[in-house]
Write a protein that binds this ligand. Structure first.
Ligand SMILES: [Ca+2]
Ligand SMILES: [Ca+2]
Ligand SMILES: [Ca+2]
Ligand SMILES: [Ca+2]
Length: 454
């Protein structure tokens, strides 16, 4: 009985044991699978959330671009209004943010925001070799090679380079023999380097970042001197150009064209009356050859107040477009010093005068600061108008999970602003204070304290 009971008892017991073991295994496997699924679902959820954040940052960039174009299309009387930084710092679009970052040329510790006036820069396509040579850090080799790169001929200028040089490179290409289309294109030209163009500021934020002040410890190589040694990137453009028409869009009178004498007389009469017009017309030779309108001003005997009323209506060129004239009202000191014949103190006086003056509506104002020779020397290279602006747009999703950065250039020459350049700078890393990202990730609001932190 006992034995039987034992057997009867044991048999199912053995089966139960096997089932138990199998069940435990199944449970273990299922639990493992559940864990794997949970983990991969969590990863998938994070990936999806990041993807959404990334798409949001991307659409913020498009929105920021639209906003800038609307600003440029508005009735902004002076460029200064567009240049103001306030609307471009942590601007909100829905729950996301954007900044328009611009290099602070005076302080490498302080961010600056706003649009950049491309007409306030030296145009690589129209500047003379002498002007190029005056750019900070420019070498004789690169200046000569830029001239050869953009001129149509294949004659090598001293120090320059044409096909002979480029075709012998390990990765050969032709000398372009036409205008540069982007500023970065300069890196294809003999003698150019990222070091000359960007200097130590390889992430292009105008700030001395830790890796830009640690020698060779991390990229880029720098001199560890506690200052941001920049290249000439912020002083050059390829976009500046303006139509050779007055501010109303009317054709100008070419004062060097003998056939336009009657037009000039008519204009003078309109502004100055019969008697004064005759006095001035008598001083104008029948075959005039003024270097530019400032030359005309000094030779004509016009008073400053008289000349400023007509300066915008005059030209000495038959060209329809004037590429690369520098806006003297917007140029930085470094750019002013690139203008032919100007020294540092001339640039300083120009800067001081333009800050306090309301006479800067025509290029005539430079004659109040510079002696006639110097004023005439730069007269062909300057303007007081701007039609091209660039923006370094930094976008951040409201949860701090994704950012995008784009360099954009807008051209307003046709009345309606157009994007003529759009390039991602996202790869160069988050350019602003990291605490901004950290705060948003923790769900904290972007207070002024966080925004102004160093
Ligand atoms: Ca050439
Ligand atoms: Ca930097
Ligand atoms: Ca470094
Ligand atoms: Ca340095």
């Amino acid at each position: 009985m006992n034995e039987l009971a034992d057997i009867q008892f044991r048999r199912p017991g053995r089966a139960n044991g096997t089932v138990l073991i199998v069940t435990i295994w199944v449970v273990l496997v299922l639990a493992g699978l559940a864990l794997v699924f949970a983990r991969s679902m969590r990863i998938a959820a994070i990936v999806a959330a990041n993807h959404v954040a990334s798409l949001k940052a991307e659409s913020v960039a498009a929105g920021a671009s639209e906003y800038i174009m609307a600003q440029l299309a508005g009735d902004t009387e002076t460029t200064t209004e567009l240049m103001e930084s306030e609307p471009y710092e942590a601007a909100e679009i829905g729950e996301d943010y954007f900044w328009v970052l611009r290099s602070n040329l005076e302080d490498d510790d302080e961010f600056d925001y706003g649009l950049t006036d491309e007409a306030g820069k030296v145009n690589l396509n129209s500047a003379s070799e002498e002007m190029l040579l005056r750019l900070p850090g420019m070498t004789a080799e690169l200046a000569a090679s830029i001239i050869d790169w953009r001129d149509e001929d294949s004659e090598i200028s001293p120090g320059g380079a044409e096909d002979e040089y480029y075709l012998l490179l390990a990765d050969p290409y032709n000398c372009k023999n036409s205008a540069l289309e982007t500023v970065d294109e300069i890196l294809l030209i003999k003698g150019a380097s990222e070091e000359l163009l960007y200097g130590e500021d390889t992430n292009l934020n105008g700030i001395l970042d830790d890796n830009e002040n640690d020698g060779d410890l991390s990229d880029p190589s720098d001199n560890r001197n506690g200052r941001l040694d920049t290249g000439f990137y912020d002083y050059v453009t390829v976009y500046s150009a303006e139509a050779n028409v007055d501010s109303e869009g009317n054709e100008r009178i070419n004062i060097n064209d003998g056939g336009a004498r009657a037009d000039l007389q008519g204009l003078l009469q309109e502004i100055l009356g019969e008697e004064r017009t005759l006095e001035i017309m008598n001083l104008i030779p029948t075959r005039p050859s003024y270097a530019n309108i400032l030359d005309f001003y000094f030779m004509s005997g016009l008073k400053f107040e008289e000349f400023t009323q007509i300066a915008d209506r005059l030209t000495t060129s038959d060209e329809e477009t004037m590429p690369g004239v520098v806006n003297v009202n917007a140029a930085s000191k470094e750019v002013l010093m690139c203008l032919p014949g100007l020294e540092e103190r001339d640039a300083d006086t120009l800067l001081t005068y333009r800050q306090g003056s309301d006479e800067i509506g025509s290029i005539a104002w430079v004659t109040n600061v510079l002696d006639p020779d110097k004023a005439i020397g730069i007269g062909s290279y300057i303007t007081v108008r701007s039609f091209q602006y660039s923006a370094d747009i930094v976008c951040l999703s409201g949860n701090g999970r994704a950012y995008k950065r784009y360099k954009a250039v807008f051209d307003t020459q046709n009345g309606v602003p157009q994007v003529v350049y759009w390039k991602s700078l996202t790869h160069s890393g988050w350019p602003l204070n990291r605490r901004i990202v950290a705060a948003l990730r923790k769900g904290q609001p972007l207070t002024n304290t966080i925004l102004n932190m160093k």
